[in-house]
Design a protein around this ligand. Sequence first.
Ligand code: EPU
Length: 424
Amino acid sequence: MSIFKITGGRKLKGQVAISGRKNAALPILAASLLTTGTVTIENLPQIGDVEVMLEILQALGAKIERDGELVKIQSKDLTTTNIPVECAQKLRGSILFIGPLVARAGSITLPHPGGCIIGKRPVGLHLDVMEELGARIKNGATGYSVLAPRGLKGTQIFLTEASVTGTENAVMAAVLAKGETELVNIANEDHVTQVIQVLKQLGYDINGTGKSVLRITGSNGRLSSKNITVKLIPDEIEIGTFITCAIVTKSNLTLTNVGSHLINLPIRAIFKSFGVNVLYNEKKETITVKPPFKLKPAHIKTGTWPGVPTDLQPPLALLGTQTAGNTVIHDWMFEGRFAYVASLEKMGAAILTCDPHRIVITGRTSLHGTKLVSPDLRAGVTQLIAALAAEGESIIEHAELIDRGYANIVERLQALGARIERIA
Ligand code: EPU
């Protein structure tokens, strides 16, 4: 278990570089199985979830060369299609191996995937897609086997939910299928787009029609042999987290490596709804946030892109605690995404839980440090920035959950002047 000790109430100052996007890294690591060539990934975030994906690739027989934020993966010879149980249990992202592995090697054995406990998060959609592409599913007590020894067959698929990883799995499977697949109601998040770009770089035939529809002409089992290099897009949740951190600690922060206008426009709109103008410099790809902040209460409803990302709603609730009036948060996606509420209340926040999907925060309340236990990645980072804003000392147990998605978070915050240390 990792433990962070934080002494809050200090202003931060300086520059922080945004990491590559976790939710682009995980599917692109899985997509590296779709070539016998080498996939070079730049700007790879050094986070727990990436480590587990690399462990799985290695267990499958891939050769990995690593140098900080750069990794080269070569998976010419696969030795097994079994995902190690201890890896699957750590990470829901392990589900992303279903598409590429079944398409390439004809099978996968996947123990029940673990990951953040934020809701039911069914795997049904992933298995349904594989079944529609002609695979056979075997459900066991400990997990699933998906089998397609004679390859997959293109078809028309309507995704019952515009699922992020569901879309990614479906495309990664369909590129090697026989014939055309039409995929309707795809997720449109920027990380999904980057996965599609990677598959195109590998030579696969994918066309979008601009109506949430993709048309994929399968290669009939012909595996790419291309070598490609991909630089991961910046992590938009990290951008939103650091902006929130600047606001609640009343700090002047500059975020570098924030990427394009299109990535940042939806994020800036979220903070504008709280009355905060975030300064974006397109040429330098930086964001500057500086006080004074005149916060106004917002009505936040999470959505698929370009809506408010569910992964950012916990930090936004913290912002609500520092805003005079009632901020309403409605997260329809996950019924377990409010695990941070009890912690913020313990620190002094006033929050009304209406039902598993809606809360009302009445601000402004001053926060005080206390002992906390991180329940999941995004709740954990919310506790962390709340502790930076709070008066006094906080202890956060199970901080390894924060390390799953935020690279070198202690060192990066220390560089901004935060009093934070890892005490275990
Ligand atoms: N859902 C719908 N309708 C939709 C879209 C989603 O009902 O149109 C429901 C799903 O049933 C599911 C939930 O909303 O229960 C989440 O949807 P999705 O299947 O898109 O989630 P995911 O693919 O399992 C990815 C991210 C999550 C992120 C969600 C939503 C990865 C590896 N994980 O999960 O990331 O919360 O999309 O954007 O990409 C995180 O980073 O902390 C994290 C949990």
